[in-house]
Design a protein around this ligand. Structure first.
Ligand code: HEC
Length: 142
């Protein structure tokens, strides 16, 4: 909390420079991923009706999200080790983490436009495998 307040006052002083907090940025990025993944998985399982327009929009948002996520230098800069749930392994194995971020983006970009819930399940399954493997290697649950 103290850290947050300090960050906040620094942000106020430097407001015109508009420096964002990378720990908050990556958390927001992941929260957006979580929301989209939740919506798509419900649809793939038939818990909500399949809606091609909603799926297309969700994939577009996820593509933009994954594109942001490959900027590892901006979201996981040197000074932010220990903030949030990011494992120190990210900084120890930058190449591996970058490769995981790049693969996620490639898989999201390749998802195409599923025509029904079954197709969505297949496309989403490939994407979701990235969430699990990257979290296992590079995220610590606090
Ligand atoms: C390239 C690695 C990588 C991929 C791929 C990835 N994540 Fe994450 N995720 C992380 C890291 C690292 C954190 C911890 C961020 C932090 O707190 O600093 C995280 C945190 C999260 C969180 C917790 C956010 C919070 O509230 O603090 C959620 C939710 C999440 N990820 C969802 C997803 C979903 C869903 C996917 C797949 C669609 C995904 N992530 C793909 C690395 C990844």
């Amino acid at each position: 909390m103290k850290k947050l307040l300090v960050a906040f006052s620094v942000a106020c002083i430097a407001a015109s420079a508009a420096f964002a907090d990378p720990a908050e940025d990556r958390e927001a990025l992941m929260k957006e991923r979580g929301k989209i993944a939740g919506d798509l998985s419900k649809m793939a399982k038939g818990e909500t009706p399949f809606d091609a327009a909603v799926v297309t929009a969700a994939f577009q948002t996820l593509q933009a999200n994954a594109a942001k996520g490959v900027d590892v230098a901006a979201l996981w800069p040197e000074g932010s080790v220990g903030d949030g749930e990011s494992s120190p392994k990210i900084w120890e194995d930058k190449a591996g983490f970058q490769a995981a971020a790049d693969k996620f983006k490639a898989d999201v970009d390749a998802a195409g436009a599923p025509a029904d819930a079954a197709g969505l399940g297949v496309a989403f399954g490939k994407i979701a495998a990235n969430c699990g493997s990257c979290h296992e290697a590079y995220r610590i649950k606090k």
